[in-house]
Design a protein around this ligand. Structure first.
Ligand code: AQP
Length: 332
């Protein structure tokens, strides 16, 4: 079976609708066709300042959300990144193959460093995409389900795999991004020209899956649309309505065309009201599942320990081949 690897940062109290529709929705589905490795990327989280207690809490809540979304620990290795030291070990090797300028061209780094100020931005933020490449390559992943914003990082992972293979002999699988076009970028509800994001969106622009469903419903009902009336999918002219149609379609499985004809002659208010209900129906049982996983922390920690053990079996094999290829003396 082809392999899949993906991760999510424990840097918010809840995953948001963009994380879910852009990437996480694919994770349980891929369990049917792929060997799957899914992780909470706590090492990536500390590239910006974290409160230790909050980080630990969010790591567990993230794992519980993944379980609540359908990641099955019997079929997937579900683990925490820092439990598998091979990620950072491979990352160092890959850092030595990455050009300084090459890393400096990563737009996510440039954006975040610009916001923080270059002096305050950490070296870890700079090397973040290289650690991400190590995450992927250490499992010999064929595919990586992510949102559109990760495409450039995936390209770096592919380049590093090819560079290593070229220099030291075929070692890594060159991974493909698995980006579902229709939902690759979910937009902010208040400014539908920019992506929904935990760091940039205003509170009303972002729907958090663990937030009070009533509040989330209200956010949908007050989403920014245009002054027109027609409910049609036209991202250039009608960014807000189109974003709502994308979300509606993804949550119900109904095609956008089907929704357009169902809402012909109706108003934006009708669309928002119905979508708010659809969202609440999705969120409410999800939250119940998450809470039940969080009720038994000892069991949750055990699931993560089992996942890490499975992950390490694969990761350590790759790392020993890499160490050998680059000429490290094996310990006796
Ligand atoms: N708006 C989005 N639309 C589609 N996919 C998205 N993703 C994030 N936002 C959207 C995808 O979610 C996955 C998890 O990403 P992460 O843990 O790296 O979080 P992130 O990208 O840092 O999320 P944010 O909200 O975008 O954070 P900031 O504001 O810090 O940049 C990834 O697959 C990502 O593509």
């Amino acid at each position: 079976r082809p392999r899949v690897l993906s991760g999510i940062q424990p840097t918010a109290d809840s995953f948001h609708l963009g994380n879910y529709l852009g990437a996480l929705r694919q994770w349980p589905k891929l369990q049917d066709t792929h060997e799957t490795f899914y992780m909470v990327v706590d090492l990536h989280a500390i590239t910006v300042e974290q409160d230790p207690k909050v980080l630990r809490e969010r790591t567990r809540v993230s794992a519980a959300q993944l379980l609540g979304l359908g990641v099955d620990p019997d079929r997937s290795a579900l683990f925490v990144q820092s439990h598998v030291p091979e990620h950072t070990q491979l990352s160092w090797v890959l850092e030595c193959l990455t050009g300084f300028g090459e890393a400096g061209r990563m737009t996510q780094f440039k954006d975040k460093a610009a916001k923080q100020g270059t002096d305050r931005a950490s070296v870890g933020l700079f090397t973040y995409p290289v650690l991400q490449a190590a995450d992927i390559l250490v499992y010999q992943a064929d595919a990586v389900p992510v949102g559109e914003d990760q495409r450039q990082h995936l390209e770096l992972s592919r380049n590093l795999a090819q560079r290593f293979n070229h220099r030291f002999g075929k070692t890594f699988i060159v991974p493909e991004p698995h980006i579902v076009k229709d939902t690759a970028k979910i937009f902010d509800l208040q400014d539908p020209t920019v992506k929904m994001s935990k760091s940039a969106s205003s509170p009303n622009g972002i729907v958090e899956l663990l937030d009070d469903p009533k509040r989330s419903a209200k956010k949908i009902r007050s989403a920014v649309t245009d002054t027109g009336r027609e409910i049609v999918f036209a991202p250039e002219q009608k960014a807000g309505v189109s974003n709502l149609l994308t979300i509606y379609s993804a949550l119900t499985g109904r095609s956008v065309e089907d929704l357009e004809s169902a809402y012909a002659g109706k108003g934006y208010g009708d669309l928002k009201k119905d979508l708010a209900e659809v969202l609440v129906e999705f969120i409410t049982p999800f939250q119940e599942r998450v809470n039940s996983y969080l009720d038994d922390i000892a069991e949750l920690d055990k699931v993560l320990a089992r996942g890490a053990e499975r992950a390490r079996q694969v990761a350590s094999r790759t790392l020993s081949v890499v160490y050998d290829r680059i000429g490290f003396l094996p310990p006796v």
